[in-house]
Design a protein around this ligand. Structure first.
Ligand SMILES: O=C(O)Cc1cc(O)ccc1O
Ligand SMILES: [Fe+2]
Length: 435
C-alpha cells in the first residue's frame, strides 16, 4: 500500500497512528499521564535557546522511552571513517568508476555497507561534512541506526529504499532524496542490491536557499517536501540493536523492544523526502551560462554569509536556449570543493566519461570543465533550442571546506580511475592571434 505523507518544509506537524486515536496530548506536552500510558520524550535538533526561526524539536509519545537500553560497545564492520589524515593530500581531478554492490553470497545491510569517500571537519566541533556511499543487499534486521553527529542527506542511485523512522515510514527511490536529521533512529529495508550517495553535515541542518530576486516561487517548492506519518510496532522480548554514529565512530547497544514504538508525535524536527523531478528550473533565457547555484535544492550554511558547508545541487533536464553562448559548463577554478555523482544517464560536460553510480571530485582551485569531445562539439554546434539531460540526473555536493579523500576512496574501493586527466589532454591550441 502506498505510504502517506505530510507536506511542507519546516512546518509544525502533528501525527497519530490511526490505531490509537487521540494519542497526542492536546493541550500540553507533558501530561502527568499520557494517553494510552505512553511516555513523552523530546528530541531537540537545535539549542533550546536557538532563535524561533531556527528552533527545532519534536515531541514523541512512545511505548517505552529511548533510554531503556544496554550500554554501548564498539561496532565493527563498515568502512565509515572521519579520519581525514589517512592519505596525503592530493589535488588531482578524481573520478571513481561505479561503486560495487555486494555479491549475493555476502549479506550486507545499509549500516554495514557505508563507506566514506571524503570529508572534512569534526563532529565534535559541529563543523564539517562527510561524503559516503552506501551499498547493500540485505534489510536491517532488528537493527536501527542513528547519527549523533549530524544529518544524512541520502541520494539513492540504484533501487528504492524503505526507511522506517521513529516518525514513520518513507519510501525513497532513485531521483528522490531524503534527509534524516541528527539523532532520529531509522532502519533501511531493501528488496534488491541497492546503492547511493550520502551527504552528511555535522551539527547543522539543511534549509531551502533564499530566492532573492527570483521571488516567492521557484526552485524546490516547500510543499513538495514530504514527511512521514506516525507508525508504530509493538515488539517486545527481542534483541534489538541500536547502532549509534558518535564522534565519527560506530557503537552498538541492545534493547529488548523495537525503537519504532512512537504512537504519536508533533513538532518541526522531522525526516523528509523530495522528488527531484519537481524542481522548478530557473536559467538564462538570453545568453551565457549561469553558475550552478541556480540549481540548489537544499543548503547547509556555514557562519560566513552565503557560503555553504554543503549545497545540494542538481543538474535536471531543462531547455537550453542561450544565444551566441558556449552552453556547457565553463572551464573554471573554484574556491569551493565540488563532489559530483550521477544518478542516471549522462552528464552534459562528460558524455561517456562519467558513469551512473560513480563520482568525481574537483578540489579547491583544481581546474576542470568540459572534456575535449564536449568542447569540440559545443563550440561549433548550431544554437537552436533543445532539451538537455532528458532522462538524466547528475548532482553536486559543493562545499567551502577542503575535502580529504579516505583510504577507502583512494585505494580500498579500487574505483579511482587513474586515466581521468586524459579527457582534457586532447584540448588543442586554437589561437588565431599573432605569435
Ligand atoms: O564542474 C561541474 O561540472 C559543475 C558545474 C556545472 C556548471 O554548470 C557550472 C559550474 C560547475 O562547477
Ligand atoms: Fe565545477
Amino acid at each position: 500500500m502506498a505510504l502517506k505523507y505530510l507536506s511542507g518544509f519546516g512546518n509544525e506537524f502533528s501525527s497519530e497512528d490511526p490505531r490509537c486515536p487521540n494519542s497526542l496530548p492536546k493541550d500540553q506536552n507533558n501530561p502527568q499521564k499520557c494517553p494510552y500510558n505512553l511516555y513523552a520524550e523530546q528530541l531537540s535538533g537545535s539549542a533550546f535557546t536557538a532563535p524561533r526561526t531556527q528552533n527545532l524539536r519534536t515531541w514523541l509519545y512512545r511505548i517505552l522511552p529511548s533510554v531503556g537500553h544496554q550500554p554501548f560497545k564498539k561496532f565493527h564492520g563498515s568502512n565509515l571513517t572521519h579520519d581525514w589524515s589517512e592519505q596525503e593530500p592530493d589535488p588531482n581531478q578524481m573520478r571513481w568508476k561505479p561503486f560495487d554492490v555486494p555479491k549475493p553470497v555476502d549479506q550486507v545491510d545499509f549500516v554495514q555497507g557505508l563507506s566514506t569517500i571524503c570529508g572534512a571537519g569534526d563532529p565534535k566541533l559541529k563543523n564539517g561534512l562527510a561524503v559516503h556511499v552506501y551499498s547493500c543487499n540485505a534489510s536491517m534486521k532488528n537493527r536501527a541506526f542513528y547519527n549523533a553527529d549530524g544529518d544524512f542527506l541520502i541520494v539513492p542511485q540504484l533501487e528504492a529504499l524503505v526507511i522506517i523512522t521513529e516518525l514513520g515510514k518513507i519510501e525513497v527511490a532513485p531521483n528522490e532524496i531524503c534527509v534524516i536529521p541528527q539523532g532520529i533512529k531509522f532502519s533501511v529495508d531493501v528488496s534488491k542490491p541497492s546503492r547511493g550517495y550520502i551527504l552528511e553535515v555535522f551539527g547543522r541542518h539543511f534549509t531551502l536557499p533564499d530566492l532573492g530576486p527570483i521571488g516567492a516561487n521557484g526552485l524546490a517548492d516547500p510543499r513538495h517536501f514530504l514527511t512521514p506519518v506516525a507508525w508504530y510496532e509493538l515488539r517486545e522480548d527481542i534483541s534489538y540493536e541500536i547502532v549509534n554514529k558518535y564522534q565519527g565512530k560506530l557503537f552498538v547497544c541492545t534493547q529488548n523492544h523495537s525503537p519504532f514504538d512512537v504512537v504519536a508525535w508533533h513538532g518541526n524536527y522531522v525526516p523528509y523526502k523530495y522528488d527531484l523531478s519537481k524542481f522548478m528550473v530557473i536559467n538564462s533565457v538570453s545568453f551565457d551560462h549561469c553558475d550552478p547555484s541556480i540549481f540548489t535544492v537544499l543548503t547547509c550554511q556555514s557562519e560566513k554569509p552565503g557560503t555553504a558547508i554543503a549545497d545540494f545541487v542538481i543538474f535536471p533536464p531543462r531547455w537550453s536556449v542561450q544565444e551566441h553562448t558556449f552552453r556547457p559548463p565553463y572551464y573554471h577554478r573554484n574556491c569551493m570543493s565540488e563532489f559530483m555523482g550521477l544518478i542516471t544517464g549522462e552528464y552534459e560536460a562528460k558524455k561517456g566519461h562519467f558513469s551512473p553510480g560513480g563520482a568525481t571530485l574537483h578540489s579547491i582551485m583544481t581546474p576542470h570543465g568540459p572534456d575535449k569531445n564536449c568542447f569540440d562539439f559545443a563550440s561549433k554546434e548550431e544554437l537552436k533550442p533543445y532539451k538537455i539531460a532528458v532522462g538524466t540526473q547528475a548532482f553536486m555536493f559543493e562545499s567551502c571546506l577542503g575535502l580529504a579523500v579516505t583510504k577507502w576512496g583512494a585505494e580500498t574501493s579500487e574505483k579511482l580511475d587513474p586515466d581521468y586527466y586524459k579527457c582534457w589532454q586532447g584540448l588543442k591550441n586554437n589561437f588565431t592571434g599573432p605569435v
